[in-house]
Design a protein around this ligand. Sequence first.
Ligand code: SOE
Length: 395
Amino acid sequence: MGEIRVGLVGYGFMGRAHSNAYRQVPFYFPELESKPVLKVLCERREEALKAAAAVMAWEDTETDFDALIARDDIDLIDIVTPNNVHVEMAIKAAQAGKHVLCEKPLAMNLAEAKQALAAVEAAGVVHMVCHNYRRAPAVALAKQMLEEGLLGTIYHWRSQYLQDWMIDPEKPAVWRVQKATAGSGALGDLLAHSADLALWLVGDIERVCCDMETFVKERPPLGDIDAMLGAGAGAGEKLKVDVDDCVVALARFANGAVGTLEATRFAPGHRNYNFFEINGSKGSIRFKFERMNELEYYNVEDPVGRQGFRTIQVTEDVHPFLGLPDGGGRYWPPGHIIGYEHTFINTVADLMVGIQKGESPAPTFADAVKTQAVLEACEGSAYAGGWEEVESFQS
Ligand code: SOE
């Protein structure tokens, strides 16, 4: 069994999700030719870093990113930092000959995303962006059903990504609400997921018409993190929120489909409601992450009087990511559901295969550039008003 030695940069929420995935992949994907090794955890704050590395069983730690990528015992750099350093780190890692996994969104803007793509292609390294929802088995099943033509001609894409964690105006100005560290708010954090799925499941988006709003215009600073990221305010002052709290967009797809995309952090009652529905000439499918082991399907050819959305329980060995090559359940027997963490395990497993073969698994940096182009067009439309063309790229 080969080894792919990982250097992970950042250790918060996504650091835990990625560390767990590297730990679990050999257990649930025994057929892999290469397994991940949790080699080095990298962060600037040494004390917290050591504690996190010990808990998550990383072999070593680094506080300096340049030292990390100079190491000859690292094959893959995984970036789970705030967005403002994604591209700088990805370029340096690629130039050091390391494969790169980067959390979404790839970049702060389209120009940066193009720079990251150019660097990984020039370096000839494997590259991937962690849009984990593609590898929820129910979403991957939706892709299979679309490829089988079960929905016929596609007429509509409809997505909502609703959260409510910023509804309290006294919640401090975390990095995700600062343009300097996040690039955008709900747009790059949540609509990026929906746009990636729309591009993958329906196809290229030609133009958008978008509106965005910031409901809470200023928030208390966050203290040490805030100071560290250089966005601090004076004692007692509030910090201006310079990113969107919500975004709503119309979209026109190159294949003629008409879409709507909505993302907000101000929808009380929705903690992580990642939803999409696709309507076609032969039927519809819809997915919502809160019931991630199910896919709803409507078939227009069902007999009149017996039609309705059926709920497919996506827990069978025949479903994507759930069956072992030689038969049997990859995770559990049918009917035993899986969770958010399994979407990262599935993502890392495909990355291990990609690195083994020297092929970048989707979504690659090239896919992420197309997503970034949609986000950029949304911002342009919201600023100028009216429809905005989405820059197109050869797939
Ligand atoms: C936002 O809070 C967030 O953590 C996103 O950044 C993740 O991509 C999403 O999976 C869960 O919510």
